[in-house]
Design a protein around this ligand. Structure first.
Ligand code: PLP
Length: 400
């Protein structure tokens, strides 16, 4: 039974890893190569430059670490802060929780603003904490931009305004793991100090790269930050990268994938990428309404365009929906994690995704809801989504 491969394909709709474009798959098919041959330096410098696109930066310094988003978190904290430093952050899902856990294990003095799982960063609560810090002891405000547990996108421009209104010099560290490359992200305009993402999310290549962007202010903070750092030390990258070198062996196939993926995003244009994600998410949200269900996120300003997190009615187990979707329809949906285990399931629609792909997920989820006994009328959600997409989908520019 283990070796049986069904006809068709696995329909992958978790919020990372995501579907990989064929051009990107082909670009990664390479034999072993020597990164010390002369071609590498220009190639790597171009990778670092091209990567600025998804961060929305001209001024920031991009760094690519072999690793995952979690490694990116660690680099953001250890390169800018020292044990005992005061930081403020929010807990509203598993990822914000895990980042807090890391902050505590690194010996930071963490003030946690607790939030409902399904809410975003409360700017008013942050304002209170910053106002009370009359001696400006707080060194960083850390925010998970898109909480992948709950389908919530916090408002980073508002967080920045809150810092500015308090005239507070704290660094702004942002986890953009499930937002950067999918949603609007403006590193320079929002004056983010370190932003972090991972390759298996919106960039739509396999897992294995942590990409970060650091401001000059963050690089200044690095000079006095005493947190212990070795593998994720920015300094080793800053010493080698300007000449197109790396301190250790790069994952070349992933870099080729990154190059191909960034080319696709550049051709589409980041405003169009964000608009596509909004259109996909909006169709998905209409399907949820059609099913008579609710998203875990209630406030429209926080609803994520990267993924949709759907509550099953009380008395039903969302894990059954996920299990039957995989068992019967070869559809991989995201499970409910930690505090919302069994209560929600997640549909990822970030990265390399289009309307017809997402239609398949909505069809599968709708059938699986019926299978799991949730009172949903077949066709009720899909019909709402396709009506919306039929009206809003754009002609592909080269096919007008
Ligand atoms: N932050 C967010 C918002 C995430 O969604 C994830 C993973 O899903 C992470 C951090 C951790 O990233 P990784 O699993 O690549 O280490």
């Amino acid at each position: 039974a283990f070796s049986h491969t069904p006809a068709g394909r696995n329909h992958l709709f978790v919020p990372g890893p995501v579907n990989i474009h064929e051009n990107v798959l082909r670009a990664m098919q390479v034999p072993g190569q020597n990164h010390r041959d002369p071609w590498f330096a220009d190639f790597y410098k171009k990778c670092l430059q091209d990567l600025k696109l998804i961060f929305g930066t001209k001024e920031g310094t991009t760094i690519i670490f072999p690793g995952t988003g979690t490694g990116g978190w660690e680099s953001a904290l250890t390169n800018t802060l020292s044990p005992g430093d005061k930081v403020v952050t929010f807990r509203y899902g598993l990822f914000s929780h895990l980042w807090i856990d890391m902050m505590q294990r690194l010996g930071l003095d963490v003030t946690v603003i607790e939030g409902r799982w399904g809410d975003g960063a409360y700017e008013d609560r942050l304002a209170e904490v910053l106002r009370a810090d009359t001696e400006k002891k707080i060194k960083a405000v850390c925010v998970v931009h898109n909480e992948t547990t709950t389908g919530v996108t916090s408002d980073i421009p508002e967080v920045r305004k809150t810092l500015d209104a308090a005239n507070h010099p704290a660094l702004l560290l942002v986890d953009g793991v499930s937002s950067i490359g999918a949603l609007d992200f403006q590193f320079d305009r929002w004056r983010v100090d370190v932003a972090v993402t991972g390759s298996q999310k919106a960039l739509s290549i396999p897992t294995g790269l942590a990409m970060v962007c650091a401001s000059d202010k963050a690089l200044q903070a690095m000079k006095t930050a005493t947190s212990r750092r070795v593998y994720y030390d920015f300094a080793d990258m800053l010493r080698t990268n300007p000449t197109g070198n790396v301190p250790y062996t790069p994952i070349l196939p992933l870099l080729y994938g990154m190059e191909a993926s960034l080319k696709l995003l550049a051709e589409e244009g980041m405003p169009n990428v964000a608009a596509r994600h909004h259109r996909l998410a909006e169709g998905c949200r209409r399907a949820v309404e059609g099913w008579g269900l609710q998203t875990l996120c209630r406030d429209p300003r926080w609803k994520s365009d990267s993924l949709t997190v759907i509550e099953v009615p009380a008395g039903f187990d969302s894990q059954k929906v996920v299990d039957v979707a995989y068992a019967k329809y070869n559809l991989s949906l995201g499970i409910g994690l930690a505090d919302v285990k069994g209560k929600v399931f997640r549909i990822g629609h970030l990265g390399n995704m289009d309307e017809l792909m997402l239609s398949s997920a909505l069809c599968g989820a709708e059938m699986a809801l019926v299978d799991a006994g949730v009172p949903v009328v077949p066709g009720s959600g899909v019909s709402r989504a396709i009506e919306y997409w039929q009206q809003t989908s754009k002609v592909i520019p080269t096919r007008e």
